[in-house]
Write a protein that binds this ligand. Structure first.
Ligand SMILES: [Zn+2]
Length: 338
């Protein structure tokens, strides 16, 4: 039978042994937008044995300009699901796992813990700090990648070497940085950066990527419009709160809860900070005089006026009928409580 990996197995850098290593690897791609779809496509064709794809959003028409796995038929579908379907038709010999979730401090450890490598396809620094905390603590390599306008950057964060908080000690204020929504992004830069990150991922999985001087990292910055390419050494900060002192602030966030708007569904999800097993039947008996209730072992459905509330045993709730986080919070506080 013809070997689908023939062209890369004859590459000296990979070979048959390298191919087998890739087949035994598990990569998690956090965020399946422009960078994530490019990386997922590359790594699927490369034959990485297990690929998990996490994204909480749905495909929208304005994504098609740069999110290379999607087409018009996918609009309205969860990105992780649409991507998985496309990737399975490209390579049915590997395992691809869609995860339709919001990554936050309450679930990040569980999701990342058995990965050999984490690829950053997110669009915000908060999530990157969270990935950084878990990966530094659990000694899992991750590849930071970002793109905006016509330029992008990528940095490998290998266990023991300079981390993202050596580069950015703190998070800029909300709204102070431009985003792809406010500034725009060229689709070729996301393809280039997504491919650079995929190349680094392959090198890391083959144990061919090493930190500079054993502890520094390299930040690659490329501008596709000016053709400028910089390789900047990021020194390990011996005072770094994360990789030097072991303060995993983002992971140990004291935020009471995580509130997520479920894009395109007119719904808000609330995940309490300290999830604990709830007795849904007990809750149902408190609510039954207020509206219609359906209760099973794992889920309680509660209709109240124009809202539909689903409560899960871990305390998580989805409030349908609003896009307003405060309305959702108030419904949660009034009917479920904390
Ligand atoms: Zn650090």
């Amino acid at each position: 039978m013809e070997n689908r990996y023939a062209r890369q197995e004859i590459l000296q850098n990979i070979g048959n042994e390298g191919q087998q290593k890739l087949a035994k690897s598990h990569v998690i791609i956090i965020g399946c937008g422009a960078l994530g779809t490019v990386a997922a496509n590359n790594l699927t064709r490369t034959g990485v044995g297990k690929i998990s794809i996490l994204d909480r959003d749905f495909v929208e028409l304005n994504n098609l300009q740069r999110q290379m796995l999607f087409d018009e038929n996918d609009v309205g579908e969860p990105k992780a699901v649409a991507a998985t379907r496309k990737l399975e038709s490209i390579n049915s010999e590997i395992e691809i796992i869609p995860i339709v979730k919001d990554l936050n401090h309450t679930n990040v450890e569980e999701i990342i813990k058995d990965a050999d490598l984490v690829l950053d396809g997110t669009d915000n620094i908060q999530t990157r700090m969270l990935i950084n905390d878990v990966c530094v603590r659990e000694k899992i390599p991750w590849v930071y990648t970002g793109a905006i306008g016509t330029s992008g950057m990528t940095m490998n964060i290998l266990p023991g070497a300079a981390c993202i908080r050596c580069l950015y000690p703190s998070i800029p204020k909300p709204g102070s940085l431009p985003t792809c929504d406010t500034m725009g992004v060229l689709n070729t830069i996301t393809v280039i950066m997504g491919s650079m990150a995929s190349t680094e991922a392959i090198k890391i999985l083959l144990e061919e990527a090493k930190p500079n001087n054993g502890k520094d990292s390299n930040l690659i910055v490329y501008d596709a419009w000016n053709n400028s390419f910089d390789d900047i050494i990021v020194r390990k900060n011996e005072e770094c709160e994360c990789c030097a002192k072991g303060n995993f602030d983002y992971l140990n966030s004291e935020d009471r809860e995580v509130i997520t708007s479920l894009c395109g569904r007119n719904a808000i999800q609330i995940t309490p900070a300290n999830t604990k097993e709830m007795n849904l039947r007990e809750l149902a008996s408190k609510l039954e005089h207020l509206g219609s209730i359906k209760c099973a072992d794992f889920i309680l459905l509660f209709k109240l006026e124009k809202y539909e509330v689903s409560v899960f045993r871990d305390g998580r709730a989805i409030i349908k009928g609003t896009n307003d986080k405060n309305v959702a919070k108030s419904i949660y506080a009034r009917y479920i409580g904390t």
